[in-house]
Design a protein around this ligand. Structure first.
Ligand SMILES: Cc1cc2nc3c(=O)[nH]c(=O)nc-3n(C[C@H](O)[C@H](O)[C@H](O)COP(=O)(O)OP(=O)(O)OC[C@H]3O[C@@H](n4cnc5c(N)ncnc54)[C@H](O)[C@@H]3O)c2cc1C
Length: 400
């Protein structure tokens, strides 16, 4: 009979080289977490040559940091989980943090807070606040393992050891600025479940029947889009590849497959529009002529007065208030501002962002299954979840 030999992996680590905390990813969440860690030996690992690449290109170069109106209803994710995290570090607290660091964001588009001049302002503030941490740039994170109480972070520049690890590696969108799926892989390797990821805050592509919209490339109209039980309003941009613009980007957050319905005349009743019986119906529609012509052509509508139309023609014209179709897909991760899906929140403690499965393992930011609408909600999430994680880590390290 063969003898079974049980072997144990013994890791010999110089105690002085052990970090209290390793933060994986020097993006929005990683830097905010480092800023909120009480004086500790902290390592931040990043594969780019500098930090915060997404912050730098966000909000047209000015970073839309947060929004005046913050609620869990602005997010796709488990409502209770999202609100528990946001309540611990909300938009007011974020603004206080920024004010204390000398940054006074300005309000644009009614409710959105931006850096006054450049996204560099918030990056500099964050970097200044996490002064003292060791930054390891140009280092690809390859895997994370745990031996006893110690984590081993395997990177292209060697292995590093830490007592606590925060995974803040973001989502899959915009690989050009460093996005990768390593956070999901690490979570899975520790037994976490991942809600399937998809591009979000992204344009939608069209089916052949909607090809008429492509002829309108460059045109923007205010519409209401219904997707599932949500109706979103805002500007829609006809693009070469399909439809885009703020309202479409927000709709993409809640769309997986199936139909969306567009109201091209939000707030206007058709009956009140066609009161005058003499004018041709096309002339009475308060939308750009290019749009009206394309719509009439696509639906084979004659440009005659509304009253002269047959019932089937009136039915087809009424679709201007409820044009339903199933988009073919999205513009993909290369154009998507964010990734929806991610680490299942049921397996994370919303009061600490610590894994329920692994002691000492924390998550923050886009890697988690929480995704916000346009308007600063994604940075607010990254910052809120990072502060909650940092406080959780602080508490654990002080009670060591
Ligand atoms: C073009 C664009 C504009 C945006 N504008 C806004 C906006 O104005 N307002 C808003 O709220 N949101 C905006 N977003 C979304 C926002 O940028 C993200 O939601 C936010 O950055 C997520 O923060 P995070 O820290 O989780 O991830 P990230 O900020 O993406 O940080 C993750 C970090 O991990 C690093 N990393 C990943 N994989 C590895 C690896 N294997 N090894 C080492 N390092 C790794 C990355 O390089 C990156 O630095 C925008 C996104 C894009 C793409």
């Amino acid at each position: 009979m063969e003898e079974t030999v049980v072997t144990e992996v013994v890791v010999v680590v110089d105690i002085n080289s052990i970090y209290d905390v390793a933060i994986l990813g020097a993006g929005a969440a990683g830097l905010m977490a480092a800023s909120n860690l009480k004086r500790r030996k902290v390592l931040i690992v990043e594969h780019n040559k500098k930090p915060a690449a997404k912050i730098a290109i966000s909000g047209g170069g000015r970073c839309n940091i947060t929004n005046k109106h913050l609620s869990s209803s602005n997010y796709l994710g488990k409502n209770q989980f999202v609100s528990t995290v946001l309540e611990q570090f909300d938009n007011e607290e974020l603004l206080n943090f920024l004010h204390n660091g000398g940054l006074k964001p300005v309000v644009r588009k009614e409710s959105q807070y931006f850096c006054p001049n450049s996204a560099k302002e918030i990056i500099d503030l964050l970097l200044h606040s996490c002064n003292g941490a060791d930054f390891l740039y140009d280092a690809e994170i390859e895997a994370l393992e745990k031996f006893g109480d110690l984590f081993s972070i395997k990177t292209s520049k060697g292995s590093f050891y830490a007592k606590k690890v925060l995974v803040a590696t973001g989502g899959l969108s915009f690989t050009t600025v460093g996005a990768s799926g390593i956070g999901y892989k690490i979570a899975e390797s520790f037994g976490h479940n991942i809600i399937p990821t998809r591009p979000a805050l992204v344009g939608l592509t069209l089916q052949p029947q909607q090809v008429w919209m492509k002829s309108l490339s460059g045109l923007s109209v205010a519409v209401a889009i219904t997707v599932g039980r949500r109706t979103l309003t805002g500007d829609m941009l006809f693009a070469h590849k399909g439809i885009s613009g703020p309202v479409v980007l927000n709709a993409s957050l809640y769309w997986n497959q199936g139909k969306i319905t567009i109201d091209f005349l939000p707030g206007i009743k058709l009956k009140s529009l066609f009161k005058s019986s003499k004018k041709t119906s096309a002339l009475q529609i308060p939308l750009p002529k290019r749009f009206v012509k394309a719509f009439f052509d696509a639906l084979e509508l004659p440009n005659i007065s509304y009253n002269a139309m047959t019932e089937p023609q009136k039915q087809r014209l009424s679709l201007i208030k409820s044009y339903a179709f199933a988009p073919a897909g999205t513009f993909g991760y290369t154009k998507a501002e964010v990734t929806k899906g991610g680490i299942l929140t049921d397996e994370i403690d919303p009061f600490t962002m610590q894994s329920h499965l692994v002691d000492g393992l924390f998550f923050a930011g886009e890697v988690v299954d929480v995704t916000g609408e346009l308007g600063g909600y994604n940075f607010q999430w990254a910052f809120s979840s990072a502060v909650v994680a940092a406080r959780g880590i602080n508490f654990q390290l002080t009670s060591y």
